[in-house]
Design a protein around this ligand. Structure first.
Ligand code: FAD
Length: 637
């Protein structure tokens, strides 16, 4: 390469990559007032969904709501681009309820691009980044493919599946970042040269189908919530600022299934599968396995459900969810056509697997800054995760922390009891990954308080302090928070007794007559009693002057119904908190604690946890080892 041309503009933060992590990172840094540059291969692919056109689900929806509570883009873009919405687990407890939406990928991308193009302090530039500029142990900018050098004080790298990406279809393979996009090979080589610890992972995607060739009469229709025949009458929204009228036209999904013949066809391709013949070395996502992996691992199952999901309102393309595969194309063709409704299906794009470099997240600080190179942050799939939502959450987090560093402020380190984002970051930096990491509610030990519905109550105030939340969101949030608190107080001050509440009314709303005096807040804690019922008592004499919104009522009801459990969980959090706040000095010499086993000393010395809480979650570090460390730290003062 000729000597780079140094661009005259200098930036606070450069974000490399315009996927889900990169777009949230760039928006976050710019919202916080930092002069930000988003460098990406192609402006047309900003916010592109590489795989399924859907956002949310259990654990993932929780992350999207948190991104939204912190002023991020993903939830609003989904409200604008969503063509089917559902609340999953709607009959279960509020901690595991989650929103999921099918998105029109064109509308989704357009919404993200509009937000990026209209964000003050944010500049976009289309170029591949081939090199990072490093001076001493500090990153000072990035150099593009044609030798344009951009200087900055921090760089957030969000290269997704692109670093030395290799696509496999059967025994054929070629270099790519994802189908239709180039790989990032020079940047991958440069990162290897910088000796950041890395490995290989893989993920896969199914063939896409032409809807005109599907016989939907042989499939089962699955309408979304708020659609005729949907499970729930109410239309869900994703953003705390979202409204159902932001959604475009809604569409159903369809369900078909694999059968014995499908499984036979799949097995007949095993000898040409890149996974089973050792061509692919990277480990794939356990919870999103390829269809060949499913047939191999669950050999006794004779059928798997396959969801046919529309890719948008203006295309006939369908995404068959459940048959991600890297089998040879002839096998893909046969296996698709063996399923009901797909006998004549035309494949528009072949399914494939992709292998790519990821970096061991244990080499990151809790702020996602690399330990080795100051000012260099990593976020998204590059940290060993999978999923748009995991990427978006990490992007916002890394972008905010890069901005905080530029502003001379301390990093934001959310705790495990505060946000799924805290769980995600802590899991990654303390445990690392051995396979692509995705979020589940079961990963959060304090999930009762980490609900989708209260993500704003948990995070919007913090977001406002960091400069992430604009005035409109802050005003809406403040109104909601104040209304919830006012109404909770009011319910506590409204009393009913057997004399002033007619028995028939008590039986209608409470299920039985009351025997002594109660306030309405106490009555709301009873199973089967809801806010609307209480407000209808006695001709509506308890109705507030200003009617409450759905979100406000939900907060009041959940706080009342789960008060006991939430209180218990708070006690647990408090018990665990002292370990989380006990910081281990950066230069702490583990080798000088002879009572610890050699193995534990080596692990701790390698991983250098920032707090005793983190140390306690490193595999193999026992509670006894933590007690020893505690004593040692106290002695040190
Ligand atoms: P990406 O969305 O990959 O975005 C990376 C961005 O960086 C792109 O815009 C790219 O152009 C840009 N870029 C990269 N290198 C450079 C460079 N050197 N210079 C400039 N720009 C650069 N997730 C699931 O949850 N379930 C699945 O089943 C699933 N299957 C998948 C199948 C495939 C084939 C692929 C490719 C991905 C799949 N994913 C799946 C993962 C999902 O797409 C990612 O988790 C998510 O997109 C990661 O977001 P990201 O922002 O980290 O990276």
């Amino acid at each position: 390469m000729n000597a780079p041309y140094t661009h005259p503009q200098e930036f606070d933060v450069i974000v490399v990559g315009g996927g889900h992590a990169g777009t949230e990172a760039a928006l976050a840094a710019a919202r916080m007032g930092c002069k930000t540059l988003l460098l990406t291969h192609n402006i047309e692919t900003l916010g592109q969904m590489s795989c399924n056109p859907s956002i949310g689900g259990i654990g993932k929806g929780h992350l999207v709501k948190e991104v939204d509570a912190l002023g991020g883009a993903m939830a609003l873009a989904t409200d604008e681009g969503g063509i089917q919405f559902r609340i999953l687990n709607s009959s279960k407890g509020p901690a595991v309820r989650a929103t999921r939406a099918q998105a029109d990928r064109v509308l989704y991308k357009a919404a993200i691009r509009r937000m990026l193009e209209n964000q003050p302090n944010l500049w976009l530039f289309q170029q591949a980044v081939d090199d990072l500029m490093v001076q001493g142990d500090r990153v000072v900018g990035a150099v593009t493919q044609v030798g344009i050098a951009f200087r900055s004080r921090a760089v957030v790298l969000t290269a997704g599946t692109f670093l030395d990406g290799k696509i496999h279809v059967g025994l054929n393979n070629y270099a790519a970042g994802r189908a239709g996009d180039p790989p990032a090979q020079s940047l991958s080589a440069r990162l290897k040269e910088l000796k950041l610890p890395q490995g290989r992972l893989k993920t896969g995607t199914p063939p896409r189908l032409d809807g005109r060739s599907i016989d939907f009469s042989k499939c089962t229709e699955q309408p979304g919530d708020g659609m005729p025949g949907g499970e729930r009458a109410a239309m869900p929204v994703f953003s705390f600022l979202g409204r159902a009228d932001m959604h475009p036209r809604q569409m159903p999904c369809w369900v078909t299934q694999t059968n014995a013949r499908t499984h036979e066809i799949i097995r007949s391709g095993f000898d040409r599968s890149p996974m089973f013949t050792g061509k692919i070395e990277g480990v794939g996502p356990r919870y999103c396995p390829s269809v060949e992996d499913k047939i191999n691992r669950f050999a006794d199952k004779d059928s798997h459900q396959i969801f046919l999901e529309p890719e948008g309102l203006t295309t006939n393309e369908f995404y068959p969810n459940g048959i991600s595969t890297s089998l040879p194309f002839d096998i893909q063709y046969e296996l698709v056509r063996s399923m009901p409704g797909l006998e004549n299906a035309h494949i528009l794009r072949p399914g494939y697997a992709i292998e790519y470099d990821y970096f061991d997240p244990r080499a990151l600080k809790s702020s996602f800054e690399t330990r080795a190179i100051q000012g260099l942050f990593f976020a998204g799939q590059i940290n060993g995760t999978t999923g748009y939502e995991e990427a978006a959450a990490q992007g916002l987090f890394a972008g905010a922390n890069a901005a905080l560093q530029c502003l001379g402020r301390a990093p934001w380190l959310p705790a495990r009891d505060q946000a799924y984002l805290g769980v995600l970051v802590d899991d990654l930096v303390t445990q690392g990954v051995s396979e692509p990491y995705r979020m589940f509610t079961s990963r959060a030990e304090f999930r009762l308080q980490l609900r989708e519905d209260n993500a704003d109550m948990r995070l919007t105030e913090i977001g406002r302090q960091m400069g992430l939340v604009d005035d409109a969101r802050w005003d809406a949030f403040s109104r909601k928070r104040d209304a919830v608190s006012r109404e909770t107080q009011r319910l506590r001050s409204l009393w009913v007794n057997p004399r002033n509440l007619p028995t028939a009314e008590a039986e209608r709303v409470l299920g039985k007559a009351i025997e002594h005096e109660y306030n309405l807040a106490d009555l709301l804690r009873r199973p089967g009693v809801d806010y609307a019922g209480l407000m209808s008592l006695d001709g509506g004499r308890f109705l507030p002057e200003q009617p409450l919104g759905e979100g406000e009522v939900e907060q009041i009801e959940i706080a009342a119904k789960y008060a006991g459990y939430i209180g218990k969980q708070k006690e647990e959090v408090e018990r665990a908190a002292h370990l989380e706040t006990l910081r281990v000095p950066e230069d702490f010499d583990y080798m000088a604690v002879p009572a610890l086993s050699i193995e534990v000393r080596q692990k701790l010395a390698k991983q250098r946890p920032e707090t005793l809480g983190q140390a306690s979650r490193i595999s193999g570090v026992t509670p006894a080892a933590i007690s020893l460390l505690l004593v040692h730290l106290k002695k040190r003062g």
